[in-house]
Ligand binder design. Structure first.
Ligand SMILES: Nc1ncnc2c1ncn2[C@@H]1O[C@H](COP(=O)(O)OP(=O)(O)O)[C@@H](O)[C@H]1O
Ligand SMILES: [Mg+2]
Length: 281
């Protein structure tokens, strides 16, 4: 049975993470309630991946993690020894990455990888596994299911691999998908399609989504909340509508948006630079 809408999803309270004694993330609070879509935004090095790893339960041994609370659906998130990246370490949570090749086994067929993920969900006969995988592959826009099923990831294009990874993540029937820059290796139109697929499927399955991106403009179309990180700390929280309503130059978050060239500003104004923005208090 699904939990009530107000059930806690991901809860991070006062999360700090240090690598070899140096703090990469400090006092971060983050909530991803059930069924909500939250984007974690920020420049490279701001600590986004570290927060995701802490949420997914797989930081390296060299990391020190401090938190008043780190839980999913009320259950503390601990470390596990599981090796595959796509399989849930925290029950109900799957993680997908920018580079599908780091999550997928490059030399095992897609079919074999589906059977492995589905076996962790419940007993599927070979035919039922094949059928379920077919549904999922079609739902992410891969129509040539037979070819994909029999292919190894290295035989597929980058965009196809990313879709396979999303379909595999969904095969685990997650209640939270953590997606760390899932589109940044893709060209713009494939990135938008991938965001659309993620957004539609999380809405259809009721899964929550924590998506990391440095593209605040793209994310704004697909999420309920934006959480902005800078230098290891959360510096802003806002909805896409609140972001759009802010005056250019009024905050760091707005600066990230205004630093992106658009058809409206590419030849009329100098693009805003991040440095000239005041950090929004
Ligand atoms: N495994 C690691 N060991 C040591 N330092 C790390 C490790 N991973 C990340 N860092 C450092 O932590 C900081 C935050 O990195 P990261 O979480 O990857 O940021 P982002 O995902 O926003 O680019 C950076 O200064 C980075 O160099
Ligand atoms: Mg990162």
């Amino acid at each position: 049975m699904s939990a009530p809408a107000e059930a806690p999803g991901l809860v991070l309270r006062n999360l700090s993470v240090a690598y070899d004694g140096t703090f990469a993330v400090r006092d971060v609070a983050l909530d991803v309630p059930r069924g909500q879509r939250v984007a974690l935004i920020g420049e490279s090095g701001s600590g986004k991946t570290t927060v995701c790893m802490a949420a997914a339960g797989f930081l390296p041994r060299s990391a020190t993690i401090l938190a008043d609370e780190r839980s999913f659906e009320g259950v503390p998130i601990g470390a596990t020894r599981q090796k595959t990246l796509i399989a849930p370490r925290v029950p109900g949570v799957v993680t997908i990455f920018q580079d599908a090749m780091s999550s997928l086994d490059p030399v095992a067929t897609v079919g074999r990888q589906f059977r492995a993920v589905l076996a962790g969900v419940r007993r599927f006969s070979a035919a039922a596994a094949r059928e379920r995988a077919g549904e999922l592959l079609r739902s992410v826009g891969l129509s040539d299911v037979d070819r994909v099923w029999g292919s190894t990831p290295q035989k597929l294009s980058g965009g196809m691999r990313q879709r396979v990874m999303i379909a595999l993540a969904l095969a685990a029937e997650p209640r939270l998908i953590i997606a760390d820059e899932p589109t940044s290796a893709l060209d713009a139109s494939v990135a938008r399609e991938t965001m659309e697929v993620l957004s539609r499927l999380t809405a259809e399955t009721g899964a929550a989504l924590l998506i990391v991106s440095h593209d605040i403009a793209l994310c704004s179309h697909y999420v309920d909340h934006l959480v902005v990180m800078r230098g290891g700390a959360v510096v802003d929280r806002l909805t896409p509508a609140e972001l759009a309503a802010r005056e250019p130059g009024s905050s760091y978050a707005r600066g990230l948006l205004d630093a992106i060239p658009t058809l409206d500003n590419w030849n009329t104004t100098r693009l805003a630079t991040i440095e000239q923005e005041a950090v929004h208090a």
